[in-house]
Each structure stands twice: as structure tokens, then as C-alpha cells.
Design a binder for this molecule. Sequence first.
Ligand code: ADP
Ligand code: MG
Length: 702
Amino acid sequence: MMSIPEIFGSNVFSPAVMKERLPKQVYAEVINAMVNGGQISMATADVVADAMKNWAVEKGATHYCHWFQPLTGSTAEKHDSFLTLPDDEGRTLLHLSGKKLIMGEPDASSFPSGGLRATSYARGYTAWDMTSPAFVKEETAGTILCIPTVFVSYTGEALDAKTPLLRSMEAVSKQAIRMVRLFGNTEAKKVTAFVGSEQEYFLVDRKKYLKRRDLIYTGRTLFGAPAPKGQELDDHYFGQIRERVGAFMKDLNIELWKFGISATTQHNEVAPAQHEMAPIFSTANVAVDQNQLTMETMKNIAYRHGLVCLLHEKPYAGVNGSGKHNNWSVGTDLGENLFDPGDHPEDNLQFMLVLTCVISAIDNHADLLRQSASDVGNEHRLGAQEAPPAIISIFLGSQLEELVTRIIAGVDDTPAPTFKNVTLNTGVSTVPVFMKDATDRNRTSPFAFTGNRFEFRMVGSSDSVAAPNTALNAALAEAFCDAADMLEQADDFVTACKAYIKDSLTKHQRIIFNGDGYSDDWIKEAERRGLPNIKSMVEAIPVLVQSDVIALYEKFGIFTQAELESRAEIQYENYVSKIGIEAKVAIHMAGKHYIPTGIKFSTTLAASYAAVAAAGVDATVQKNLLAKVSRLTKQAQDALDELIVACNESDLITNVAEMAHAYLNRVVPAMQALRTPVDELELIVDKSIWPVPTYGDLMFEV
Ligand code: ADP
Ligand code: MG
């Protein structure tokens, strides 16, 4: 019998393990630094490192690594063994020093730096993030002790996803504390950003996957006619979990639990072969680490089951893609969730001010949020073929929206709406009557209030959640700071606060939208309201270096202008590289698989036509098919030629931003133009000679 409490966190060097293994004083020093920030002494670091090493070695570890998140979107690790220089008699000892625990020095030159290194040195440093626990990973390469770290350049510029996130967490904490002080809270020392990121994914049979160059190289299908059945019956969502998938989920849970990741929800998603896992939320930086570890674990466990886990935002055209709902809240160290309205938000001035600050933060930086959720795969979801649109708006639910409307209108005399949860009667006498939630759900909103947190739904499934949470924390820090600057000076706090709320809500009400975010009307309405609708990742990149964004990030010490410029550069490079790979794969598949298949099939048809016609029988089927196959094959060849030209000419452009635009406006459409005739061919060519597994094979035979 498996005992979850026993395996949970068994691969984590948690505070509980530290408490057991460290001298009392050392433990206290570490916990104090973890909770309140600040440094630990080198002597302490040595003691912690030794305990950590001993613990890991007992778990079978042979190596340790600094585990970090460079701007590649995934994680990086370089393993070093615990071996020491053999002594005169040829014996070695296992050792980890405090210095090696707290800092590492990988060569930074092969990681994306967006030009930052040109102004500094090739050196980079990894530094221990004490607030995210170390863990061991059991890999075929051995059991590895992983120490979560940040990654910075020689001059201290962030080269990773986590450094700015940690900075943003400090910023929002500091400003939120000013905010709660206004309401007489003198006890809270710190406010923490919490994140729960739901992870969507697809599973595909590994043998079939290996027959598709597009899946192997790009993580998505670049070609493929729709299967006869898609998601129109809504029968996959929450449907019965197939045995093979169930076995995968069971193993996945166990491995995640060992890492202390509280995997809790599992279900089938909307598209065939699409699934979801949600953990219980945690501190934002831990959630970011755990989400990376989750994605990695999903891939590993899938492999064990003869499957491949596809984390791409859009593996298949025509059915839903995958996202990562980012649930976000902020709360004090006393356990108060600042986003919790309580039963009477209308009488809860602090909640109303917090809500007002969230609304203004999102409205002020809607474009930055949209940018923070963009990656190459997410292009297929945001503002493209699939809802939601790339317009940021906030769903508050009917009751809160009514309250906001009343505040803006200055209505004080009529009774306020009640926020007490109301009971729901199903009309079936044997079913218990229960309390329903104060808000309904709105699945079409990119940023929805869900009772005590906001759910940011734009993030892509393969992306790190670090950037969106950095942006959210920063924007909120700014809004809190603005409110505090004003209200700390007020003589009559309550009156001033109410006026501030009314004023700010009036100014920012345009961002609130409770309707259908997927409708065309909303796109027009949003335009009328002046809300940004940035249609592509490439067009969103300049937001990073917009003056208001630089001002925001510099004010709170989250990014310098140079860091932002480097990130913009990296984004352009990333777009060009990824689309470039897709184009090369499309060229390969069309030239080596699809067009030869068209030719082969037309040859067979021509031979059949000649033979059948010579026999004096009706051969119009062959003739018509032959004409169609020849036409589509020619269309494909022409499109292929154009794609090659589009790539070659785009590659001549030296400015990376212009090059990214060329890839967006020329290469991407050329790939689509190639796909169209190939997908049509797929529907008429003899299945036995079609060179790759079809959508039906991939999605329905897992
Ligand atoms: P839903 O279907 O409503 O999206 P899920 O259970 O799939 O619900 O996911 C909800 C996510 O929100 C979980 O990761 C959960 O832990 C997280 N969550 C719950 N409360 C908070 C909170 N206060 N702050 C951040 N995340 C939260
Ligand atoms: Mg959700």
C-alpha cells in the first residue's frame, strides 16, 4: 500500500529535513534568511551544504547541480560529482562546500543573453535561491541533487526567468505592506505572491510520434487533415480516462508527490488526447520551479509508458490548444489573502482598495501582460485561429461588477447587493440543497476573478509562468505604491480612500468585461474602449522597451533598461529561430514525403487509367482523381518553392526585429499555403501509401 504522506516530499530537502539534520542554531539562521531575506554566513553555508550532501547521498545521489532557468524557456543543469581529489593512497571522499552550494560559475556564453554580454564578460553566475527547496532527481544519468538557483551575468544582470520574478515578489511585498498598514495592520511583515498553475498537455503514442518529423522537431504537426471526429461531441472533457493514460497519470502523481509538488486535479480536457493536471498553489517562485519540474516529469513519465507528452500550445490544428491557467493571489504572512472579499465586500474597504489596485494595474499594463504571455506556440491561440482574443479584460462576476458600478455611479442609498452565498436547489428532493459560489465562471475571460484569486488564462502550456507573474506582481506593486503615496498623506483616511476607489474605478472601468470574450462584438467593443489588441508575439515585443514599462520595472528594481532590451532581442531571435525550424521541417516533409507521395499516387492512377480505359471500361474515376492529385501536387510544389524563397529572402535581413516581421508576414503565410494542398491530398491519397500517421491515428489511438 502506498502512503502518500510518506512519499510526499521524500525527494526534497525541506525545512522538515533541515530541522532534523541541522544544528538548532544553523537551522534557525537558515529559516530566518529564507523567511525574512538576508544572508547566511559561510560557516553556516558549509554546514548546510554538508547536511544536504549527506541527505542526497543517502538517496543515492552521485552528483549535484545548480538548477536554473536561462532564457531558453526551459531549465538548465550541469552535473558535478561530489568526488574530491583522490588522496595519496588513491581514495576519494564525497564533499559539497558551502561555497559550491551558494554559487556556481557556468560559462554563460552559450545561453541567450540578447546582447547583454557584449557589454560585460562571458562569465555568468548561478546563486542559490534559498526560498525554493533543493531536491533530488532520479535519472538514468544517476540521482542528482538539484539546487534551485538564479542566473546572472558578471555585472549582476539577470540572464534568467527567476531573478526578475524574485525581485517582483519583493516589490509587491513592500508596497502591499504599505497598503495594509493604512488599514491598521501593524503585525504583517511580508506579503507573498501565490501561484497555482494548471498544466494542459497532449499524449501521443511514441511509435507514431517518431514517424512525424514535425512533432519531433517542432512539437506540433505542421500538416494534417482533420480527423472525421474532433471535439464536437464534447465527450472528451472530463470523460473516462483511458487505461494507458490513467497509468501515466498514476505514475506522474507519484513522481510529482516525491518532489513535494501537490498534484491534485487530473482530468481529460476538451480536445481528444488532451489532459490537465493542477497542483495546489504555492509561493510564486516555488510554483515556477515546480511547474518546470512538472513539465519535465510529464515528458519522462510519458516515455516510460511508450508515450510522448506534447506541451506545445497547438499540436493539432482544428481542435483546442493547451494553455496554463495561472491562478494568482497575494497574502500576508499572517495568513490573510488580500484577494478574499469576505461575505461583505461592500463594507470591506481594504478589499475594495485592493480590487481597485488590481483593476488599475491590469488596465495600465494590459499590453505588458499580453506580451508576458506570448511565446511562439501561443501565437496559434492568442488572437489567431483560436479564442481567446489577445485583448486583456477582467471578469469580476455579476455581484462584484454591480458593486463597482454602484461605486462609480455614487449610489449609496439603495441596499447593497448581498454577497452571502445563496443556496441552490436542483429540484430533485433527494439531492442536498447547497450553497453556490458568489460568482459564476466565465471561461472566455483572459483574466477572471474566481472568488479569492485571479486566473490569468492567456499563458501558453509550454511557457514558464515566471514572466507573467513578474508582470502581475510589478503592475500591482505600482498600483499599491500609487495608492499608498496618496492615502498615507490623507487627513481623513476613510473619505480619501473611498474617493480614491471611486476615482480610480471610474478611470479604469473600461477593462472590466463580463460578456463573451470570444465574440466578434467584443473585439469591436474593446477597440471602442481603446483597449490594446496586439495580434502577434512579434508585435508585442516592443512593449518590453516601451517607456511606461521601463519606468515601471526600473522604479521597483525588477529590470534595468538594458535587461529589457536584451529580453526583447532574445524574443525576436527566438521567434525567428523557431519559425525557421518549422519552415525547414515543412520544406523537408513536403519535398521528401508529401510531393513524392502525390507523384507516386498519380503514377498509379495514370497506369490504372491507361489499363482500364484500354480495356474499354469507364475510367473516369481514375481520370478525375488523377487530375485532382496532379493539380494539388503542383500547387504544393509551387507553394514549396515560394516558401524556400520566403525563407532565403527573410534570412538576408540583418536587423533581427525586421527579420522577425518578415518571418511573421511572409514565412508563416507561405507555410500555411503549403499546408493547404497537402492536407487536401491527404484526404484522397491511398492511406496505405500516405507517409505519416494521420490526425485520427495520433489523437484517437493513444
Ligand atoms: P478551476 O477548474 O477552477 O480552474 P483547478 O482546481 O483546476 O480549478 O485549479 C485551480 C488552481 O488555483 C489550483 O492550482 C489551486 O491550488 C489554485 N488556487 C486556489 N486558491 C488560490 C489562491 N488563493 N492563490 C493562488 N492560487 C490558488
Ligand atoms: Mg482553471
